[in-house]
Design a protein around this ligand. Sequence first.
Ligand SMILES: O=C(O)c1[nH]c(=O)[nH]c(=O)c1Cl
Length: 309
Amino acid sequence: VLLNTTIAGYEFDNCLMNAAGVCCYDHEELTMVDQSSAGTFVTKSATKTSREGNPLPRYQAVPLGSINSMGLPNLGLDYYLDYVRQLEKQTKKTYFLSMTGLSKEETLEMLKQVELSDFKGMVELNLSCPNVPGKPQLAYDLPTTENLLTEVFAFFTKPLGVKLPPYFDIAHFDAAAEVYNKFPLAFVNCVNSIGNGLIINDETVVIKPKNGFGGIGGDYIKPTALANVHAFYQRLKPSIKIIGTGGVKTGRDVFEHILCGASMVQVGTALEKEGVEIFARLSQELTEIMQEKGYQTIEDFRGKLQYLA
Ligand SMILES: O=C(O)c1[nH]c(=O)[nH]c(=O)c1Cl
């Protein structure tokens, strides 16, 4: 049984990796993922310059998942770009660089910098951060998203995918897929946290920013994540691969994301709780499921979700 996968012609020896925002803030965390069983890593979404992010407490784990309103704390694009370029000199692995500008100009400026660099990995353009006060999740505004992607692909030639928020309406799946199908995207990553949830302890919110409103991850969001993975798998041209993110904590969850069409599966909340050894456990559990079912590679069952007649 092999757990390798391919996106935009780039091979990964394992179809598991971290989700942006988790275990990817600095060299230390990125090295932990890089040296784990994960096939690669994605960096914390970078802005042009480093950011403190929102006031603490801004993350809270709970039995069924997590809530966060981090507010894009990161060490700035140069930090992550320099680190990944240095790693690329030592290995042939393909890494993901996540980024999001707080304006169209900032996004284009960062992508121009990446385009001019000798970075050899993939960009995950985050169109779905729910936690910057005053900044809506871009991918819920399809005309603006289409405009941005048009300007991006006017000059950007390296592999680039987008991190999407969950959509909840079939009409939105249709309209969003119509936009994304217009562009040479390497992938879409479904889903980011479900924005602006609220978790209460006794009579009080559990995080400080935004009166306790934050992105929800974990068990709460797996059905939504699987639906988004499958909806875009059904609608997007085959050249745009799907990365599945949301609610993964067992090999069975990984199996389901792949069954829905995912070519790569990211782990967020469960990675935050368990640490990087989760990648070995998930790989083992997925391997056992595949052996049981007689699947040799993930292509034997990717996207093969059965419907009821
Ligand atoms: O608050 C954050 O930093 C954050 N939190 C999320 O749950 N998703 C994101 O894309 C981002 Cl950028």
